[in-house]
Design a protein around this ligand. Structure first.
Ligand code: PFF
Ligand code: NA
Length: 454
């Protein structure tokens, strides 16, 4: 049996955790979510969710991984044999995500190349679904491979598997040391350029203007919690796994604050950059900003290409940098999702890391090929829907209830974290975990089930 891998440095761990957190959720999910849920007023529920759930759960997961030195299934098993399954459930969710997150990174890779010749033309939506994805078959059917997706997808997996084969310190840590600083620099260039476009200020005004009446809407709070969970990669088995590789003496609490605020800072930066660009686009089209707001695939692959089309001077470079930032942010998150099942396999079956990467990563890569076929987008939608409805918040809720109420491990974990940190966790932390988070998540899940089943 191999001894447990370890990070080389504290900065290496922080960069890897921040790399997992910063992803498509920050760049294409946060800006539209904030805008639709009260604009400037969204920051109130958002900060509340960050401070009552995001950072407290991050500390809890760090403490679990570190104290029990195991990936999610093993950490849960060491707390109580009967709860191993919840770790595997989180791992399964992560596995499903890895099969399609990789495909979106592949699209971004293609589009970074398309930027140079503006291949998408003037009908960017028609290009995406028609020429590029070749969606000419019925839902549920799948056609032949789409080479434009297949080739970059193979490249994505080649990079990710190579990094994972190299191991925690020589692979994951080294990759994040390159990707994350590069991402921050590229993104700062994009934001500064976007802010100097005509109309940028209108975009920012639309983004930040608070609609305080929305704060009374429960849906806005649900959106804030959902954003924080997805964005911080909590309840996905990731942060437990990453912290299991920390050396014995590690300030977990402090690390969690750095990762939490680092991720939110990037989110804010992305909101500013995206809305500055949207303000420019609205100005060019002579419409109000809210008519051009989009999130997700639509923002990145339909709206941004349009913005790049109209961009004054050097649009190829701007386009390339934007899509390169998606690739960098996506790769570091994908690596972290894959590490959850690799660590799970190594811990459970005592196989070598090499075998675990080959079986686990290999299977995910094979399944992802399905999304590189004509009609593959329909599967992608279905997978994403399944994850968002039954994955994240549900695992989060079960996880918190198990730790806080069933296994009653809050005091243990608090003691463990406090021994290692100057920041003392007091009743704020225990109240968040035992009361506030279960109540809010329970309410969220109740609403979801009502919507889906009644
Ligand atoms: N935290 C990442 C983001 O904000 O894009 C997304 C993510 C990565 C979610 C890894 C889940 C995950 F397992
Ligand atoms: Na994020």
């Amino acid at each position: 049996m191999e001894t447990r891998s370890q990070w080389g440095t504290r900065a290496g761990f922080i960069l890897a955790a921040v790399g997992s957190a910063i992803g498509l959720g920050n760049i294409w999910r946060f800006p539209a979510t904030a805008f639709e849920n009260g604009g400037g007023a969204f920051f109130i529920p958002y900060l509340f969710a960050l401070l009552t759930a995001g950072i407290p759960i991050l500390i809890m997961e760090f403490a679990m991984g570190h104290k029990y030195r195991g990936s999610a299934p093993l950490a849960f098993k060491k707390m109580n044999k009967k709860t191993e399954f919840i770790g595997w459930w989180a791992v399964l969710v992560a596995f499903v995500i890895s099969t399609y997150y990789s495909v979106i990174i592949a699209w971004a890779m293609s589009y970074s190349v398309f930027s140079f010749n503006l291949n998408w033309g003037s009908d960017t939506e028609g290009f995406l679904f028609g020429e590029y994805l070749n969606l000419s078959v019925d839902p549920g059917q799948t056609g032949s491979f789409v080479p434009g997706v297949l080739i970059p997808l193979v490249l994505v997996w080649a990079i990710v598997l190579a990094v994972l084969f190299k191991g925690v310190k020589k692979g994951i840590e080294v990759a994040n040391r390159i990707f994350i600083p590069a991402l921050v620099i590229v993104f700062l260039i994009i934001v500064i350029r976007a802010l100097t476009l005509p109309g940028a200020m209108d975009g920012l005004q639309a983004f930040f203007t608070p609609d305080f009446s929305q704060i009374r809407e429960p849906g806005v709070w649900v959106a804030a919690y959902g954003q924080i969970f997805f964005s911080l990669s909590i309840a996905f088995a990731i942060m437990i796994t990453y912290s299991s590789y920390l050396p014995k003496k590690s300030d977990l609490t402090n690390n969690a604050f750095i990762v939490g605020f680092g991720n939110s800072s990037f989110e804010l930066l992305a909101g500013i950059g995206v809305f500055a660009a949207l303000g420019f686009m609205a100005g060019q089209a002579g419409v109000a900003v809210d008519e051009v707001v989009a999130g997700g695939v639509g923002l990145a692959f339909v709206v941004f290409p349009e913005i790049i089309n109209q961009f004054p001077g050097l649009n190829a470079l701007f386009g390339f940098l934007f899509f390169a930032s998606l690739v960098l942010a996506g790769l570091s998150s994908l690596i972290s999702i894959c590490e959850t099942y690799i660590a799970g396999l190594v811990d459970k079956f005592k196989i070598s890391r090499t075998k675990a990467v080959a079986y686990g990563g290999g299977l995910s890569a094979l399944i992802s090929l399905l999304f590189a076929t004509q009609g593959g987008l329909f599967f992608l939608d279905a997978a994403d829907y399944f994850i968002n409805q039954f994955g994240v918040a549900f695992v989060g809720l079960v996880e918190v209830i198990l730790v806080a109420w069933v296994l009653r491990k809050v005091k243990d974990l608090q003691g463990h974290a406090n021994e290692l940190s100057d920041i003392r966790l007091g009743s704020w932390w225990t109240i968040c975990l035992t009361i506030i988070t279960p109540v809010v998540l329970g309410y969220m899940m109740f609403g979801l089930f009502k919507k889906n089943l009644l």
